[in-house]
Design a protein around this ligand. Sequence first.
Ligand SMILES: Cc1ncc(COP(=O)(O)O)c(C=O)c1O
Ligand SMILES: [Zn+2]
Length: 417
Amino acid sequence: MFVNGYSCFACGAMQPAHFAGFQCPSCGGNLDIRYDYAAAEAAISGGFAKDAQDLFRYQALLPLQASRSAFPLRVGSTPLYPAPRLGQSVGLTRLYLKDDSGNPSASFKDRASAVVLRRAVETGANIVSAASTGNAGSSLACLAAAIGLRSVIFVPQSAPPAKLTQALSFGGRVLAVRGSYDEAFDLCLAASMEFGWLNRSTGLNPFTREGKKTCAFEIWEDLGKRVPDRVVVPTGDGNMLSGFWKGWQDLKAVGLIDQLPKIDCAQSASSAAISQTVKRLRATSASIPDWSEVRVDDCEADTIADSISVSRPRDGLAAVRAIIESGGEAVTISDTEILDALSEMARLSGVFAEPAAAAPWAAVKQLAREELIRPDESVVCIVSGSGLKDVAHAREVAATLQVVDPSLDAVEKALRL
Ligand SMILES: Cc1ncc(COP(=O)(O)O)c(C=O)c1O
Ligand SMILES: [Zn+2]
């Protein structure tokens, strides 16, 4: 393991590798795990490990001890699909969908859960908690079940039934909080401190970002060791987005790439705290701000894309930094555009996304309309969760079901042959 410490996203203070806290002791900011990149580079001189099929083959750039036992479920190694028909609908020739719905619990969140759970095993924790809009909880319950640990999950009562059912089926102790995700987050934090659980909550726990960054490594490999021009990320707390930026920066730090992609965020206009902050900062100054001075805005989140419905982003500063430092766009789209994107993606690519996971395609359409993307740019949309997680919203934009009598005549009439 090549971790040499933790640095604060806000004030830059460093903590040593043995530091056990989650937040900066000086200012309370989120922490970034730092590596001895020269040592990591030497370790991967012949390429990443090829013996494993999952994200643990990026061991040299993970904050984990080498493990002799394989993780029981396969997390990562998800497909990157070219989506020519979808791309051509807005004049793009190199559009790709990174379909993370094929992970064990059908969302991107498994990348973070897998790394946190391996960390739990290393540190001897046997109960892992998380606040979740739904996916992080179902993911934690799933992977905890696979390795025999216990999970306690705090979700807002409004979480979609499929995600709750998943978490309950996996044997997670699920507490549906009468309140918002933000309230569930605070309750999970207080309970984890009181009862000594390892808290996996997004943003707070620096290990989640490390799991999420592996998606960038895969995209680079999937593209034949090339860097795309843009990666478009559905954004709520901002931890996925900061994970992508970390992944590309890591690849550069170990000398595998020499340029970086733009990281664009896709947010619902009804839950847009991170985009709002980026726009405010760009309107007031053209230069990179002093991050210790920046406060991320709050908002009143109220979007049908439940996974990205966040009023107080828990990894907001790291995400704002990633968008600004990478030169990405902060895109907001309406809930109607998100649902239309869901339906269009399904029909023109065969990939079925939950609303949050369709937000990147809605964002790309807007960028193309506003001519902020060149037609020949290579663009990767992150499909972070399966459409089966929220069929109720998908159904609103799907074609009407036709009920017919069991006769050829009825078929002919129904299909107007
Ligand atoms: C499917 C899906 N997409 C996107 C996100 C957003 O990730 P983040 O909250 O780290 O911005 C989530 C988070 O729950 C999610 O479940
Ligand atoms: Zn700090």
